[in-house]
Write a protein of this length. Structure first.
Length: 256
């Protein structure tokens, strides 16, 4: 796939989300640039994660979920009839707030996606596992411990294994839902450094409660409040000269 018009890998157009009679998102129109890190910020309950999960249809199974508007990947609606959800979630992969490695070895975790997609050749699987673990900076630590159960690893390494599991299937977009919230400061810095390196090859979208993290790692920032997009733009501009008073109040701690 190639980027859509204007270098936007993903776009939402007047996106609204409902759960039964409750409206969670109100007419969100936002663009996510290719090979950039976009941070979505805002107080708890503002709709950040709901928006993120719309980008690869992770909300579809939730009771009462209904969506209007568009989510466009390379200019094509991901909600069009006949969309292959497995293919979509390979292209637009997601890492969750708390590490969720499968109760399998490190090798089996990283090889899981390729196996699901039909790769059975042992040498090809080994090469894929090595490539993915090298991408997340874990290969040297894990190369002699690939048979170790992934859930037994420290949380920071677990999250890196989850990222490697995602990278093994060669996604184009990486969605990160507060990926550092359960991690210690050193593991957090390691994930942030990885994000900076990954944006050379992938479009990265992160939901974060940490203003410092958003300022450190993102190229663009989206500020949300009460299910609405209040302001978006280059991160430096959002944090130093926001156009909307509500954005300034949130960044300075007066709101939320």
């Amino acid at each position: 796939m190639t980027a859509g018009a204007g270098g936007h890998k993903l776009r939402t157009v007047n996106l609204s989300v409902f759960y039964h009679r409750t409206q969670a998102l109100h007419g969100i129109s936002a663009a996510f640039g290719e090979r950039l890190i976009t941070a979505i910020i805002g107080p708890s309950g503002c709709g950040k994660t709901t928006l993120l999960r719309c980008l690869n249809r992770m909300n579809d199974h939730l009771p009462g979920f209904r969506l209007t508007g568009e989510v466009l990947l390379d200019g094509q609606s991901i909600y069009r009839p006949g969309t292959d959800l497995r293919r979509l979630r390979t292209v637009v992969g997601m890492v969750f707030q708390r590490p969720n490695p499968f109760p399998l070895s490190v090798f089996a975790n990283v090889a899981y996606g390729p196996r699901v997609h039909g790769v059975s050749d042992r040498m090809e699987l080994w090469a894929t596992v090595e490539r993915a673990l090298r991408e997340v900076g874990l290969w040297e630590e894990m190369r002699r411990r690939l048979d170790r159960p992934a859930p037994d690893l420290p949380l920071g390494q677990q999250q890196l294994v989850c990222l490697a599991r995602l990278l093994a299937v060669r996604p184009e977009v990486i969605l990160l839902d507060e990926p550092c919230s359960a991690l210690d400061p050193l593991a957090t810095l390691r994930i942030e450094d990885l994000m900076r390196r990954l944006k050379c090859r992938y479009t990265v979208i992160i939901v974060t409660h940490s203003m410092r993290q958003a300022a450190r790692v993102s190229d663009r920032t989206i500020f949300m409040l009460d299910g609405r997009l209040i302001e978006e733009g280059p991160t430096a501009a959002i944090f130093t000269s926001p156009r909307d008073r509500r954005t300034e109040d949130y960044i300075t701690g007066k709101l939320g």
